[in-house]
Design a protein around this ligand. Structure first.
Ligand code: ASP
Length: 437
């Protein structure tokens, strides 16, 4: 057992990821698609679901306790404003660049050109219509924005905690932290209580993360056993455009921020982020990955807890570069597949809409594909064409979602690293301790 724990966690998770993918593919080759799907749904999915529940269990206590402690550790509420403003500016800036990468790769690779949309069966269209009806678009852009802003204030913090509403929890935790600070002597017992609680929850997080190699193995076996790699034949060009745009964004944009703006070496950043990237890849959920993201930030990258516990939950909720990039790609895919003429002004509208959709997307699997109705609407797709495009993409979305979730989570970590450095909250000794592989 000792040898197992002696190996770096990211290496063990990597082994789980590769073995899981191979297991799924081998089962598919041996048993055929249907039997393999039934097989992995019988054993791998329940194990994967248990892993996701286990890490999701940590999200609320982790954000709440570490954020209150973070505010207390900062000691000065004004500091929150400065780091919040910096984080938001970087989040928005990187999202716009991400969409540009999506549009660039969509223009070069032309994923929708000549695409035969008739592969969508009547049943596919029907089930897509039902899914869209269950997730109606939330009104105009302005209405969506106002609703999101208003929804940040919880009318009942206990309900916010019970519902796991991250933005409301952030709002309440910050105010509670400020309240404790302002209470002076009387607030000290609560201060100590939160310090102790956040320490215990961080420890629990580290323990739960030890299950990641097995959880990731099971999730990969399930996804690949259930869906196989059919996406490569049906949506090969879309997959190529999507994966390469995400990879370019991760390497160039985040590389430029970490190396160019705050002048830190890059290898430790990518090495430190890899555990969270693998959990993001296998769960397709930035929310579920959040405990691992926070743990990577503090343990591997040396990001101070006040920054990790405020910037990362905010990022997991509103910063989705991979999702935004995907919205841009879906728009181009539709325009090319349906033969809609594209004007230069439409690119700008897509950038604006994709940014807003990504902010409004929850960090759970496949949700942004359903929100693409808004993006498709602004490029001129009719409601029937919108259903058609989503129906074509839906069966394969998980494989694309895995990569965009990796991008979303890496973006949160890149911004947190940068803001931590600016705020003097980055422990460079921890950051630099991670030698290149
Ligand atoms: N699965 C993505 C995430 O959790 C959201 C999406 O694009 O569907 O970050």
């Amino acid at each position: 057992m000792k040898w197992w724990f002696g190996i770096d966690l990211w290496k063990r998770v990597m082994v789980g990821l590769v073995l899981g993918a191979l297991t799924g593919l081998v089962l598919r080759a041996l048993l055929g698609p249907e039997a393999a799907s039934a097989n992995v749904t019988g054993w791998a999915k329940p194990i994967g679901d248990a892993f996701i529940s286990l890490i999701k269990m940590l999200v609320v206590p982790l954000i709440f306790t570490t954020l209150v402690t973070g505010v207390l550790a900062m000691g000065d509420p004004k500091k929150l404003g400065s780091l919040g403003g910096r984080a938001l500016a970087l989040y928005m800036g990187t999202t716009v660049i991400a969409i540009c990468f999506g549009l660039l790769m969509g223009t070069i690779v032309q994923p929708g050109a000549g695409f035969d949309t008739s592969i969508a069966t009547a049943a596919d269209l029907e089930s897509t219509r039902a899914k869209l009806a269950a997730n109606p678009p939330a009104g105009s852009v302005g209405e969506q924005l106002v609703r999101t802003l208003l929804s940040i204030i919880p009318d009942n913090p206990v309900k916010a905690l019970a519902n796991g509403d991250v933005l409301q929890i952030i709002f309440f935790a910050i105010l509670l932290g400020i309240g404790i600070l302002l209470s002076g002597e009387a607030g000290k017992p609560l201060h100590r209580l939160f310090d102790s609680a956040s320490e215990a929850v961080m420890k629990l997080t580290l323990i739960v993360m030890e299950t990641a190699p097995f959880g990731v193995f099971a999730l990969m076996a399930w996804v690949l056993g259930d869906r196989g790699l059919g996406i490569l034949t049906v949506l090969g060009k879309m997959t190529l455009a999507h994966y390469s745009a995400c990879a370019l964004h991760i390497l160039i944009t985040y590389g430029l921020i970490v190396r160019g703006i705050v002048r830190l070496p890059l290898m430790p950043f990518y090495r430190g982020a890899v555990d969270a990237q693998m959990v993001a890849f296998s769960t397709s959920s930035s929310n579920a990955t959040l405990p691992m993201t926070i743990s990577c930030a503090t343990k591997n990258l040396g990001i101070g807890r006040p920054i990790a516990s405020s910037v990362l939950p905010l990022g997991a909720t509103i910063n989705m570069d991979g999702t935004a990039l995907y919205q841009g790609l879906i728009a181009l895919f539709a325009v090319q597949a349906l033969g809609i003429p594209m004007t230069p002004g439409m690119y700008l509208t897509i950038i604006l809409m994709a940014t807003l959709v990504s902010i409004g997307t929850a960090g759970v699997p496949s949700v942004s594909l359903l929100l693409a109705t808004t993006t498709l609407g602004i490029v001129g797709a009719t409601p029937d064409q919108t259903v058609l495009i989503i129906a074509v993409l839906f069966p394969f979305d998980r494989i694309l979602d895995m990569m965009r979730t990796v991008t979303n989570v890496t973006g949160d970590l890149a911004v947190a690293t940068t803001v931590a450095n600016w705020e003097g909250e980055l422990d460079e000794a921890i950051y630099r301790a991670r030698d290149p592989v």
